[in-house]
Design a protein around this ligand. Sequence first.
Ligand code: HEM
Length: 410
Amino acid sequence: MTGLSRRRMLLGGAVAGAGVAALTACTGRDEETAAQAAQAARLRIGSDTLPFHGTHQTGVTAQPQAHATLVALTLRESADRDAIRRMLQVLTDDAARLTQGRGALADTEPELAQTPARLTVTFGFGPEVVRRVAGDSAVPSWLRPLPAFSIDRLEDRWNDGDLLLQIAADDAVTIAHATRMLLKSARSTAVPRWRQSGFRRSRGSEKPGTTMRNLFGNVDGTVNLHPQDDDFAQSVWVQDGWLAGGTSLVVRRIRMDLDGWDRLDVPGRDQAIGRRQSDGSPLTGESEFDEPDFEAIGPHGFTVIPDFSHIARARGDDTRPTMLRRSYNYDDDLAVDGAAGGAADPDGEISDSGLLFLAYQADVDEGFVPVQRRLAELDLLNQWTTPVGSAVFAIPPGCWEGGFVGETLF
Ligand code: HEM
C-alpha cells in the first residue's frame, strides 16, 4: 500500500467514523428532543386549567377528567341564610383559585394547588339548602329523593345530601388537596355526609375523545348528548327561574356484580347490552357509532338486538337522549360487613365495584325518571347491577368574577 492510499484509507475511516459519531449525536439529539416533548406534554397535563367563571358551571360539560370525588354535606342546624351565603362565597373563592392553580386563601399546602390538572369544582344543592335560603316555593318539584324503584337496594350511607361538591381533575393529589381545602372552608356550616370517588382512564392513556369503558368492559357513553347538539341546551340547562343556566344531577351508586358477569360468555354479555364488548358496536352494526337497528330480525325470528337488552330498554320510544350521562367507575375495598359475607369469605366477592352513574338534565322527572322506570321494569342488565345509593341535586348556574355560585337563589 502506498503512503497516499494508506493516508486515504485512514482519512476515509476517520471521515466515516466522524459520520457515525455525527449520526449518533443526531439520533441522540432526536431522542432527547422527543423525551423533552413528552416531558413537556406531561407537564402540560398537570398545568392545564379550565375556566372557573362562566354562564354554566364548567364541570358539567368539560371533557370528563380522569378522577372525580363527590362529597355530599349536611347543613348544621345553626346554618341560616346568611351562614349559607358566607359559606358559598368562601367556597366559590376557593374554587376559583384552586381551579386556576393557585392556593386557596387559607391554604396550608399551596404547593399542591400548583398542578391544577383541569380541576373543576361543581356545586349542587339538595332541597334543604334551597329551602333555608329561599323558602319552599323555590324548591323545584323534581328536587327530592327519586321515586322508589323495584331494583333499588339503597343504603342510607350513600343517599341524599344538602350540599354537593363534585371535584374532578386529571390528578388524584390535586383532588385530595382541593377536597380538603373546600371541606375546611365549609366545616363551620356543613359537615360531610358521604364521599364517593371514581375514575376513568388516565389522561394520555387513550386518544382524546375515546368513549370510556366501565368495569364490565363495555364501551359506555356512546349514545349521549353533546354540547354542540341543537337540543343540548333545551335538554340540559334549566331555562328560567333562579336555576336558569343551571341543571340537575342524579347520582346513582350502582354496584356491578363482576363475579356474576365473569360467568357470562361474550355472546351473553353482548345480548344483555345490545352492543359488542369488543368495540361497542351495536349487534346490528359494525362500528361504535353505527345507528342500532332495533327492528332487524335474526335467523331464529327474534330481534337481533334483544327487546330486553339494556340499550333497547333505555332507548324506549325516545328519539333523542334525554340526559347527559357522565359516569365514573368505582372499585373500593369490601367493607367488613359488605355484600356476600365480606372479605373474610373465601368464596365471597373480592371487591365492591360499580358505576357512579351521573346524569344531568333540565328536569329529573322528564330526563332521568322515565328511563329508570323502564329499566327497572325490564332490563337484562339488572341481573348484574344493583343501585345502592341515590341522590338528586340542583346544579346552579355558573358565576362571574365578583359573584358566587348560588347567588341567584338569594
Ligand atoms: C351499572 C349500570 C349501568 C351500566 C353498566 C350501563 C351500561 C351501558 C352501556 C354499555 C350502554 C351502551 C353504550 C352507550 O350508548 O352508552 C348504555 C347505554 C345507555 N344507558 Fe346505561 N348502564 C347502566 C345504567 C344506566 C342507568 C341507571 C340509566 C338511566 C336510568 C342508563 C341509561 C342509558 C341510556 C339512555 C343509554 C343509551 C341508550 C341508547 O342507545 O339510546 N344506564 N349503558
